[in-house]
Design a binder for this molecule. Structure first.
Ligand code: COA
Length: 189
């Protein structure tokens, strides 16, 4: 079996374990409520795209190099989930946050973490990160990785609170500019 075929078989096995993960309800604050996390179904990818566009709009014209998430299309987002999937966060059945994940042979990559501006600071992104741990565990992966920017100090602080550590800082792989990509990793027990 070729490397590619093997990777695809392993990914299929991971996907079927992930399908068995139940939605998770997490208490949130300010005001008190509950956020429900679940694996996004294909018909919900459009909601994820809308949340991503609204969440990343604050960076429009502010980052150098710019974030591809600001102008991402639905097709691009869907394509970026081809090696994994998405998580959708809902409050009272209303989509409020999302993130994508990719199943790599030795880690789960998390990307496009996004919460609608009006609902920030209530623990929704934290709940998504916790749910990602369940996905990694179900897939048999002991490590989670993500990237942010040196300029996004509050994001770095959020990830550090969740046990991620900085592993490297590198120039953006796709575009030139002074801001650097910060790669962070969290090992699961
Ligand atoms: C980063 C983000 C997902 C956090 O969502 P959230 O639901 O507010 O996060 P939580 O409530 O779980 O935790 C709040 C923490 O998020 C971090 N944070 C980063 N940007 C923030 C913002 N604009 N507003 C509120 N919190 C923010 C802070 O560490 C904050 O803690 P603090 O208030 O003590 O500084 C959200 O602000 C967002 O969508 N930002 C735009 C897109 C983005 O930067 N995504 C991450 C790319 S690496």
């Amino acid at each position: 079996m070729s490397d590619e075929a093997l990777k695809s078989t392993v990914r299929q096995a991971m996907r079927s374990s992930i399908r068995a993960i139940a939605p998770m309800n997490v208490p949130i604050i300010k005001p008190v409520g509950v956020v429900t996390l679940a694996i996004a179904q294909p018909h919900q990818f459009r909601c994820m795209h809308e949340i991503t566009r609204q969440a990343f709009a604050e960076y429009d014209g502010k980052l150098n190099p710019p974030s591809a998430a600001v102008t991402i299309t639905l097709d691009e987002l869907t394509q970026q989930m081809a090696e994994g999937g998405g998580v959708l966060a809902q409050v009272c059945d209303t989509p409020v946050g999302s993130a994508l994940f990719r199943l790599r042979p030795d880690h789960l990559y998390i990307g496009r973490l996004a919460v609608l501006p009006a609902l920030r600071g209530r623990g929704i992104a934290s709940a998504i990160l916790d749910y990602m741990e369940q996905i990694a565990a179900a897939a048999g992966l002991a490590e989670m990785r993500l990237g942010t920017r040196v300029s996004m100090e509050r994001n770095i602080a959020l990830y550090e609170r969740h046990g991620y550590v900085i592993t490297s800082e590198q120039p953006h792989p796709a575009a030139a500019g002074p801001d650097k990509v910060v790669w962070m990793t969290r090992r699961l027990n």
